[in-house]
Ligand binder design. Structure first.
Ligand code: ZN
Ligand code: ZN
Length: 487
């Protein structure tokens, strides 16, 4: 089966596994009256339990009664939240919500016989909510990390978090869960979930790729809802009976290509008895490509046919990008989800080549990224110029003869992007150098050539970085050309 369709089948399996809504699979917390849930923009939801927790409780005297209590500010610092980064939303069981942007040191929460309550000196008395349902932390910074982002290939459009969703106009969706019968009595069960219709954010039927935080990659047409479920957002399409848990982002109008096509295209050439060289330029964003074309920092690659855009996988870092390029599958299937993983749990193109009696080689920098079934040639920085690109180039020229699948991994652009920034003159000079290596390698190669990257790069105050669901990190160039001297 063509692997491209496997991704779609994967989405279909997700559809069949889950009921129309996610409630059955949810880990929605059951909270007892003496417990209080902290949710929203938190990595894991916290349930404060008076009787098991070690947080510093105090006694609070009010109206001649003594209550067990804790201070909000102490609680936040106890759980390592920087209170400057958050607004706090108190929600009560009767539907009232109070949002505070500071003054947390004046707030105390206390337990009465009916549940948790708020009291604050220096705050209006309406702050004093009774019978609290939850404390929702709302991140007040918008740095596009730890959020669910809606992007296009050219723009980061919307950054949503579970905390922010608590103050949006959500709808209740009653999901039919099933009919049960005992003797002559029958009942229908529904699950009520909180949702935001996606058409408020993206026109229905827009082509998109939805990605989940565990590395899932789902091409589809937009329909349905975003569900707020505790500290995460899910994609719910009741018509297709599809639920995708913990969505990290949606790319609207995505490019046709993804970096996983590095595998599919190479396989197609190999099956036609063509040799393939993959020139893998680490940390090369589509924005850098365009900038380098416009500023003449890439004379050779500029003269090739215009690069297509290709979508990277989440998390956009080297290990997961490289594994996606070598397996044709997203991280949740190939098992390489971040920098901590090295062993793909499915076959890579190298395994395919071995079973088809084709030769392969990987020309690397000074270290192996993944454990792969091929001859990996490592190239330390022998001349101590701070980069391995010159050594990688030399090694590639020496080793390319007679190899059916030849991958050459240049690391210097990524290093320079981190240190100086994605569009800095130093980084562009590095790209100019790599461009000359690419020109020489392509002219020497007898076969097809794919030039692409594992992920992009964005500017930061101190240089550059990647790893976020933003277009700078998620969209890279993808070029297919033929080897030999270019006309
Ligand atoms: Zn990389
Ligand atoms: Zn990097």
């Amino acid at each position: 089966m063509n692997n491209k369709y496997r991704i779609i089948i994967n989405a279909l399996i997700a559809m069949l596994l889950f009921s129309a809504c996610s409630v059955k699979q949810s880990d929605t917390k059951t909270v007892f009256y003496n417990q209080l849930i902290i949710t929203g923009d938190v990595e894991t939801e916290l349930i404060l339990d008076m009787f098991t927790d070690t947080i510093p409780f105090q006694e609070l005297n009010m109206d001649n009664e003594t209550f067990l209590s804790f201070n909000l500010s102490s609680l936040l610092s106890y759980y390592d939240f920087d209170e400057a980064d958050y607004d706090v939303l108190f929600t009560s069981n009767d539907g009232i919500k109070n949002k505070l942007s500071g003054g947390f040191e004046f707030i105390n929460l206390y337990l009465s016989s009916t549940g948790w309550n708020v009291v604050g000196t220096d705050f209006p008395s309406a702050l004093g909510l009774k019978n609290l349902k939850s404390i929702v932390l709302i991140k007040n910074t918008s740095d596009w990390s730890d959020s669910t982002n809606i992007i296009t290939p050219f723009e980061n459009r919307i950054s949503l978090t579970p905390g922010k969703m608590h103050l949006m106009d959500l709808e209740i969706l009653n999901c039919f869960e099933g009919t049960t019968t005992k003797n002559s009595s029958t009942m229908e069960t529904y699950a009520a979930i909180q949702v935001l219709p996606l058409n408020k954010l993206i026109p229905i039927a827009t082509p998109a790729v939805v990605m989940t935080r565990d590395g899932g990659y789902y091409p589809m047409e937009i329909d349905g809802y975003l569900q707020l479920q505790g500290n995460r957002l899910n994609y719910v399409d009741p018509n297709k009976r599809l639920v995708l848990f913990d969505v990290v982002g949606i790319i609207e109008q995505p490019p046709v290509k993804s970096i996983m096509d590095t595998y599919h295209d190479a396989l197609q050439f190999i099956d036609m008895n063509e040799r393939v060289m993959v020139i893998y330029i680490d940390g090369f964003s589509y924005g850098q490509y365009n900038y380098a074309v416009a500023t003449s920092h890439m004379p050779f690659m500029s003269d090739l046919s215009k690069a297509e855009m290709a979508v990277a996988v989440f998390v956009p870092v080297t290990n997961s990008g490289m594994a996606a390029m070598l397996t044709g599958q997203p991280p949740n299937i190939n098992g390489i989800k971040d920098r901590n993983n090295r062993n793909p749990k499915i076959e890579t193109i190298f395994d395919y080549l071995i079973s088809n009696e084709k030769s392969s080689m990987l020309i690397e920098g000074n270290a192996s990224i993944l454990n792969l079934n091929t001859n990996t040639v490592l190239n330390p920085d022998l001349n101590n110029n701070g980069h391995t690109d010159d050594e990688v180039f030399k090694s590639a020229v020496e080793n390319m003869n007679g190899i059916d699948y030849f991958m050459v991994h240049f690391h210097g652009l990524d290093d320079s992007g981190h240190t100086y920034g994605d569009l800095a003159s130093e980084t562009m000079a590095k790209l100019l150098e790599i461009d000359s290596y690419v020109e020489a390698l392509v002219s020497l190669w007898d076969g097809m050539v794919i030039i692409t990257s594992d992920h992009g790069m964005h500017s930061t105050e101190t240089g550059g970085f990647h790893g976020l669901f933003i277009y700078e990190d998620m969209i890279v160039p993808y070029i297919i050309t033929e080897g030999g001297i270019q006309e």
